[in-house]
Design a protein around this ligand. Sequence first.
Ligand code: PAF
Length: 282
Amino acid sequence: MELQVVEQIAEVRQAVNGARQRGSRIGFVPTMGALHSGHVSLMEEARRDCEFVVVSIFVNPTQFGPKEDLNKYPRPFENDVALCQGAGVSLIFHPQPVTIYPPGFKTRVEVTGLSSVWEGAFRPEHFCGVTTVVMKLLNIVQADVTYFGRKDFQQQLIIKQMCQDLDWPYAIQTCATIRDPDGLAKSSRNVYLSPSERQSGLSLSRALFHVRDQIQSGNRDVLQLQQAMRQILDGTPGVIVDYAAIINSDTLAAATEYQPALTAAIAVRVGATRLIDNIELP
Ligand code: PAF
């Protein structure tokens, strides 16, 4: 099937309705472009489940803080189209900001509580921008399954909560984090890193893998493990830690003792670049 690139909401609806009438299952991967193998793995997972896969490429201004990287966020559109083509995507939705936020737009979708901790504490308006645009995109595409990466752990949890609270009738699926061979989690922002910053960035996966390995070998001292994670990060030149915590994977509450469903989550700044990563603990 030939890849179609559209900018208008009505064109998405028409293409999706046509595919559904032909009996296809619809999969959807929302992105901000600057696609990498993490995104490709979401598209491939979508292709395994669905005959018709939609990818949105929209650098959503409302999820960037005033001092964040909206203007310099990479936009390699031609390369993105080629990656979508290679992954068997059927439709790219590439709207202009005015299509998503027309004059007079007044609505905010906010998931309280979960949005104000961890990432939310450092990026106050971020998740409200994410949930507002994701709710719009979900409504535009109305896919049977929509795919998000576990790399943005808090984001996928908040989106699932929003979908439950607002009776979204279709599935939301979270897919594994994809890493470079050296452990660095794939992120569109990795292109900002100089070679030495990239070396510093490896401390995130090193700290997370250390905690996972310790738990696997029987250490259940969550507070000590959190401290060990912090020491690895603090001991790495060029790394400034925003948080390094072991949290409950469902509530995001900081854990003080071992329990089922734990996630170790980290956010740091390396030079001007903010990096996040997390790992599900055994
Ligand atoms: O994860 C992202 O790339 C963005 O937050 C998303 C979900 C596409 C919303 O803009």
